[in-house]
Design a binder for this molecule. Structure first.
Ligand code: ZN
Length: 468
């Protein structure tokens, strides 16, 4: 079976055939850097990470681009609240985002363009749209003329009339806005700004680009006019991706992307997890208590197109499930047997790899692929033969890596607060030994601790310790 992907554009599963043989050009919309990333961002990043890892695993040459939106009203408003510059705020959260991605074992994209680095290509894009009659200037703003693009609404399956009546409703009391646009659904390509605000000079005056424009421009500059896969969260289908299509396709008269893939969201108590609801957990908070493998399992055990219900129970269940895989994988390095792997074991491993590929070929069905990892983990413990165990553990590690799991064994790593408790216990045992005049044991404890780099100091109030 070949790889099948669900294309939002055709609303069905299609065979994946890249435009240019073995080369896959892929773009996913990245974060707007104005606040800490939460589990919703982690899901999106992990989903695109796994998709590109799998495409590379089956032999494609992938060029993956994920942008950073560092020009946005949300950034400007937040910076104003904090009394810092938008640039300072976006740099801070860009670094936080990178830190979180690294901690989540998300591979860096091949290119990571920032909006602020693409202002001139964006201005050029707008000029060309105006020249071609798809955009118009109005009071220092530039709007895309939606009526000039006949397929508007094709991705989100809406027609222009429905959209227009909805939009008219919204702008009824905003006479001013209604007067600057020809049509209420027209969207801004360029927005005029006051001097002193974040902005750049342009042929239409000082201002800044609209959000949708950056993705169209970056795709054109970095990847070309038509790409294989365009991805993002399902909340981006409308208006963001619809508007990217309108901009790029009206200018180039070519499809922007062959396949449009969208991941579903993370919900907490059946409500979408987002900052506005105030129920988000930051990635950093989560990683203080759970491993990146646990968060990855939590994300990947649900197919990317289905919503995830995030609960403390599901997190705890993912944690203990990951521990089973870690225990099985850890046996691989503990075993030094290198006998011939029996044919029946090879057969089981081949069958597992086949099932794994079939699941992933079926629109990246990680939920099923993960069950293959668990059955390999079970095999490790079902046999007592070291050669067989090692073969199963090796297959487990190999396939887990395709999904981005590290299976790092941290079972013997203890937190500083736990270490403090252990030291209190050791000093108590030493005190007991001294009280029963067992000085040999008390001295042994002191000597061994010194070798570990810990000095014990006796004082009238009791012994204390410090690292030397
Ligand atoms: Zn985008």
């Amino acid at each position: 079976m070949s790889l099948q992907v669900f294309n939002t554009l055709s609303n069905k599963k299609e065979e994946f055939v890249p435009i240019d043989g073995k080369n896959v050009r892929m773009y996913a919309c990245g974060p707007t850097v104005y606040d800490s990333s939460h589990l919703g961002h982690a899901r999106m990043a992990i989903v695109w990470d796994v998709i590109q890892r799998y495409l590379r695993f089956v032999g494609y040459q992938v060029t993956f681009v994920r942008n950073i939106t560092d020009v946005d009203d949300k950034i400007i408003n937040r910076a104003k609240e904090l009394g810092i510059s938008p640039d300072q705020l976006s740099r801070q959260y860009t670094f936080e985002f990178w830190r979180d991605m690294y901690a989540l074992n998300v591979m860096p994209p091949d290119f990571e363009p920032k909006a602020t680095e693409f202002i001139q290509p964006m201005i050029q894009f707008v000029k060309e749209l105006i020249d071609k009659g798809h955009a118009y200037e109005s009071n220092g703003d530039v709007y895309f003329d939606v009526a000039s693009f006949k397929s508007y609404g094709k991705l989100s399956k809406q027609n222009l009339e429905q959209l227009q009546s909805g939009a008219r409703e919204q702008v009824r009391n905003q006479e001013e806005l209604a007067n600057v646009k020809k049509n209420p659904v027209d969207f801004a390509l360029w927005k005029g700004a006051d001097k002193g605000e974040l902005g750049w000079p342009s042929p239409w005056g000082y201002g800044r680009p609209g959000w949708h424009l950056e993705c169209s421009t970056m795709i054109r500059t970095v990847l070309g006019e038509t790409i294989d896969i365009h991805g993002g969260g399902e909340d981006l289908v409308f208006p963001h991706h619809e508007n990217e299509i309108a901009q790029s396709e009206s200018l180039f008269e070519k499809d922007l992307a062959k396949y449009w893939l969208h991941n579903s969201f993370v919900q907490v108590s059946a409500e979408k997890m987002s900052k506005s609801l105030g129920n988000f957990k930051t990635i950093k908070d989560l990683l203080e208590n759970y491993s990146s493998d646990t968060l990855r399992l939590l994300v990947l055990q649900t197919h990317y197109r289905n919503p995830i219900d995030f609960t403390a129970d599901s997190l705890a269940a993912a944690k203990s499930a990951v521990l089973r895989l870690v225990r099985a994988a850890a046996l691989h390095s503990d075993l030094d047997q290198n006998g011939d792997v029996p044919a029946k074991v090879k057969e089981v491993v081949n069958e597992a790899e086949k099932q794994f590929s079939e699941a992933m070929d079926n629109d990246f069905n990680t939920a099923v692929a993960i069950t293959v990892l668990f059955s390999l983990g079970d095999k490790v413990f079902q046999t007592k033969d070291a050669t067989e165990q090692k073969a199963y553990a090796a297959a487990l590690i190999r396939l887990a890596k395709v999904l981005g799991f590290t299976l790092t064994d941290t079972r013997n790593e203890i937190e500083p607060r736990t270490a403090k408790g252990v030291m209190e216990l050791v000093l108590q045992l030493r005190k007991n030994a001294r009280e029963s005049k067992d000085y040999a044991t008390a001295d042994l404890i002191r000597k061994e601790l010194a070798e570990l780099g810990i000095n014990v100091m006796d004082a009238p109030g009791g012994a204390t310790w410090e690292k030397n």
